[in-house]
Design a protein around this ligand. Structure first.
Ligand code: MG
Length: 169
């Protein structure tokens, strides 16, 4: 595999684990304030991010690339109120979309069609992640300021169950 593409994917493993860590911090915040639905939502989100990391990990393994596991940064966020994680989440997903696009551009440049095909799934996934994050903000703005609305929204998020990623390597 091309050295630059392999390096970017190796970095992405770390970024996805960081995403998991960030969302676990959000889950931690909501757990502490008693919003167990939001806590559940982000705990599952963290699980998905670990899956993303492992998909990239497995892809490099399958292509006989030596993987380097770097240190995972401490979650960089200040969670001042119940809206803060939602906004930080959307900002983070936009950043991750950029990272995926960067890897895609590198793969495209050297006609690495196999990696482009892998990344097609992630490009679509990022579209969904950004939409979910944005929808959550909208719902919070609409209903979150009222105690009953917040209770209902919390109940909705509590119903989320984990499903494994649709991509199989
Ligand atoms: Mg991800």
């Amino acid at each position: 595999m091309n050295e630059k593409v392999a390096k970017l994917i190796n970095q992405q493993i770390n970024k996805e684990f960081y995403s998991a860590y960030l969302y676990l911090e959000f889950s931690n915040y909501y757990g502490a304030v008693g919003l167990d639905g939001f806590e559940n939502w982000y705990k599952i989100q963290a699980q998905e991010e670990r899956d993303h990391a492992m998909l990239f990990y497995q892809y490099l393994q399958n292509n006989e690339v030596k993987i380097t596991l770097e240190a995972i940064d401490k979650p960089d966020c200040s969670l001042t109120d119940n809206m803060a994680p939602l906004k930080a989440g959307l900002k983070h997903e936009k950043y991750v979309t950029e990272l995926i696009n960067n890897i895609y551009a590198a793969a495209y440049e050297i006609h690495d069609f196999r990696t482009m095909q892998l990344l097609d799934w992630f490009v679509k996934e990022q579209g969904e992640e950004e939409k979910n994050a944005s929808d959550l903000i909208t719902k919070m703005e609409l209903f979150g300021t009222d105690a009953k609305g917040l209770y209902m929204l919390n109940s909705e998020l509590k119903a989320r169950v984990y499903t494994a990623p649709s991509l199989v390597l």
